[in-house]
Ligand binder design. Structure first.
Ligand code: ATP
Ligand code: MG
Length: 370
């Protein structure tokens, strides 16, 4: 039960109606967000969407035009950075090049009226946490990228902040090391039980590391949820697209009765689905997505009522080792299909130009908000 108790639903950071403009250009627009105690929370969005600006506002390096930053019930909106129970780790590490690892980590502690022995104890505790005992006398220039990142983490955590803000801290690492550090970071967060707000523009990183994710688009929050919710149940076209859903269809809805609607993809197919709460429309155009890995290719249509089959032509095939990706054309429309290669033999071999069917299960269609 320990695992489950690691974060509560108790609000720690509350962002209320934050807006910010630079040179009359709105960078953040009325952001509302609650991060809970002990959570690993990620801000995910494309370059320039306002992630860093939001972090800097939480840290106090930037003053919002309007709105409030509340941490643990206290309004910190007008409090300077060094008086906030918050610390930040930067993408470029920002270590002091002339100080060794020990002094880099001890830096913030020197302002806290602590005795020499206590500082030493706290620095070594932090070194142990990031597995760098033995490196205390090295200069930053004598460390690898991953080691520098760990020093930066230790330097931030040694001050025991309530919230640690991490701005794309793994960006400078090569892909393999980055994956290792993701696992380490998650473990570290679990150990220290500090609330993390982590910025990334990497979808997979956000999914694998976070308890919850906020997807940001042009200074606005599009959706907040667990990785599963963001990935499988995107609410908007932007989130669906950003998470790689790719197959976006515009359908026409015809209401049949209280329980059933008919969906038409003009010139392709008409099929019935149960009317559910996601289909508030009575009739008219609407959009839905089907993820590439939820579409498969067949030589004949699937007769089962639970499935939709669309006639299509194979356009191209890309072999990725673990998966094969196909592009089909259906009435001028591209359909992306991703198939896991589970066995050594490729079970479905289709050739460009071949007439096939793109098939998906109706329950894998995700209806988007208008
Ligand atoms: N000090 C500033 N003065 C003027 N414009 C700024 C300033 N800081 C940020 N901006 C602008 O605000 C927008 C959001 O920037 P921000 O750095 O928050 O984006 P980001 O989501 O962190 O992007 P990235 O993923 O590239 O780091 C950008 O258009 C940026 O050019
Ligand atoms: Mg940024």
């Amino acid at each position: 039960m320990e695992e489950l108790a690691s974060f509560s639903s108790q609000a720690l950071v509350e962002i209320k109606g934050i807006s910010k403009s630079f040179n009359n250009i709105k960078v953040l627009n009325n952001i509302d967000l609650t991060v809970n105690k002990g959570e690993f929370f990620s801000l995910l969005g494309p370059s320039g969407c306002g992630k860093t600006t939001l972090l800097r506002i939480i840290a106090g390096f930037e003053i919002p035009d309007s709105g409030k930053v509340i941490i643990d019930g206290i309004d910190y909106t007008d409090v300077p950075p060094y008086k906030r129970p918050v610390n930040m780790v930067f993408q470029n590490y920002a270590l002091f090049p002339h100080l060794n690892v020990f002094e880099n980590i001890a830096f913030g502690l020197r302002y806290q009226n602590l005795g020499k022995i206590e500082i030493r104890r706290r620095v070594f505790e932090a070194l142990e946490l990031v597995q760098l005992v033995g490196f205390e006398n090295r200069k930053p220039s004598e460390l690898s990228g991953g080691q520098k990142q760990r020093v930066a983490l230790a330097r931030a955590l040694v001050l025991k902040p309530k919230v640690l803000l991490l701005d794309e801290p793994l960006n400078a690492l090569d892909p393999k090391l980055r994956k290792e550090m993701q696992i380490e970071l998650k473990k570290l967060q679990h150990e220290v039980k500090v609330t993390f707000i982590f910025v990334t523009h990497d979808q997979e990183e956000a999914l694998s590391i976070s308890d919850r994710i906020a997807v940001i688009n042009r200074g606005e929050i599009e959706q907040v949820g667990t990785g599963y919710e963001i990935f499988e149940k995107p609410r908007t076209e932007f989130v669906a697209n950003f998470m790689g859903a790719r197959n976006l269809f515009t359908g026409v809805l015809h209401r049949l009765d209280k329980h059933m609607v008919e969906i038409e993809l003009p010139n392709l197919v008409r099929f019935k689905v149960f009317n559910n709460k996601n289909l508030k429309l009575n009739s008219g155009e609407f959009k839905f997505v089907v993820r590439p890995e939820k579409i498969f290719i067949r030589k004949t249509p699937v007769k089962n009522q639970a499935f939709v089959s669309i006639p299509a032509i194979v356009e191209s095939k890309l072999y990725y080792g673990a998966s094969t990706r196909w592009i089909l054309k259906a009435n001028g429309f591209s359909i992306f299909v991703e198939e896991q290669n589970r066995g050594i033999k490729l079970k479905n071999e289709f050739s460009p130009g071949e007439e096939v069917y793109a098939v998906w299960e109706k329950r894998n269609m995700v209806f988007l908000e208008a």
